[in-house]
Design a protein around this ligand. Sequence first.
Ligand code: FDA
Length: 515
Amino acid sequence: MALLRIISLCTALLLLSICASAQDGQGLISCLQQKGITNLTTSTSSSAYDSLLRFSLQNLRFTEPGVHKPYVLILPYKREQVVDSVGCCIKHGWQIVVRSGGHSYEGLSSTSDAPNFAIIDLINLDRVTVDMKSKTAWAEAGATLGHLYSAIGRKSADYGFPAGVCPTIGTGGHFSGGGMSLLSRKYGLAADNIIDAVLVDANGKLLDRKSMGEDLFWAIRGGGGGSWGVVIAWKVRLVRVPRKVTVFNVHRTGRNQVTDLVYRWQSIAPLVERDLFIRAVISGTQLQSGQKDVALTFNGMYLGPLDRLLKVANESFLEMGIVAGDCEEMSWLDSISSTSHTTTSQLLSRNNTNKGYFKAKSDFVTSPISPSGLEGAWKFLEEELSGYVIFAPLGGRMYEIPSSKTPFPHREGYLYNIQYQVTWKDTSKESGLVDWIRRFYRYMTPHVSKSPRGAYVNYIDLDLGTAVNGTASIAEARAWGDKYFGGNFDRLVKVKTKFDPNNVFRNSQSIPVNK
Ligand code: FDA
């Protein structure tokens, strides 16, 4: 439905938008017109421009009036139109910003610091075809995770795919940065399960794995979106899931209890059998007495039935105290809607009704944080109740994949990932809350991975450093590149230099060219 609306809305806008194109965008618009690209809207054309721009944008911070907006939003519905859109933008000197699901934490798919930029939004390229004979699927980059999961579920209850929880995330950006999920301990990242891709490169050429070669194919599977070209489609290997999985939520409150449990969890969750994924979500809370305290939810999934989960969990982590009432058996497809608080029928909707203003940061932990270190973290959470942390365990399959196999380097020896988030509705609170999360992050420095301090590119964080209009030197880009990619950063620079020497695809934290 949403797709139909977008196509018809854009078609209706076509004449308006072309007639009203601004003087300096005339060359670009004429070029697109000549190629028969009609699905576009410009900032000067119609009020629908704003709604189309906002539709996929998840972090409302980047919808604010002061944020730099694109001149034109191009919404191709055929692969050739992506090729032509890239060609026209390059020819007329327009910076290209690619958008698939619009979930970039820093709005990098919807805004840019380039003076003139155009968004190529793949929202209409959302087809998924599943082939149960080869146990593979082709997903266009504009398809959401919900599209992919539903398409697999329609074909088989025995297969799934290891990618993120939120169904509105785009496969385009998510797979480009890795893609962690509740299945990562069993099957690795989404990017670890990509076996082919179709990409429009910096010369405007349409390439597949064979024609792009193994270096570029390596870089696009985790080297971050926006640096390499426009991925149009991914071919993925499906993974086996049991007919019955068990989802659970175990809630605990109380500073001391939470410290003890999380301290123990750190040595169990990354090492327990890989069918069991237990993450810890921790926040501050206000008790009825008005006093502040700490609340913990262990939530996750077991790839098997309830009785087996209770046996495994109680043998390995008795202190968690999980009981049958904390758990629910369901199909893997239903577990997606359950963990993302939607319904299975909503998996195809791109309309995220939970959008908000937020700032996030990330870390990786390589040795358990001491009880006193954890207590210090709880103080931050008690100070700001709209903030929280998610500790997501690694281990299992993640430890077997060498750290240079894909650009995501946080493999053997990394116990878990931390995501810090703070959300707000009242925009006047932004600066205080952003300051809070930065102070919290500074506090965590001695407790997390070092040299480099790791970060996850899909939780992109411009606090780590930026370069105006993607023109960082290699030394400058290390500020974020080493954190996201560790020892893989240098190879990414080499690949970038070879395949995009003119730095066509760039953003505030893209991979730099070695000039
Ligand atoms: P978006 O369209 O914003 O793109 C992100 C980046 O990739 C931008 O730089 C963009 O230019 C580039 N890009 C997009 N499409 C491209 C294409 N086709 N070709 C080349 N470059 C492209 N992560 C995770 O690992 N596990 C999780 O469970 C979650 N959960 C989650 C929930 C929610 C609510 C949010 C907002 C985010 C997450 N994430 C996540 C983070 C998510 O993986 C990350 O934001 C991805 O980049 C989102 O991909 P989209 O296509 O939606 O983003």
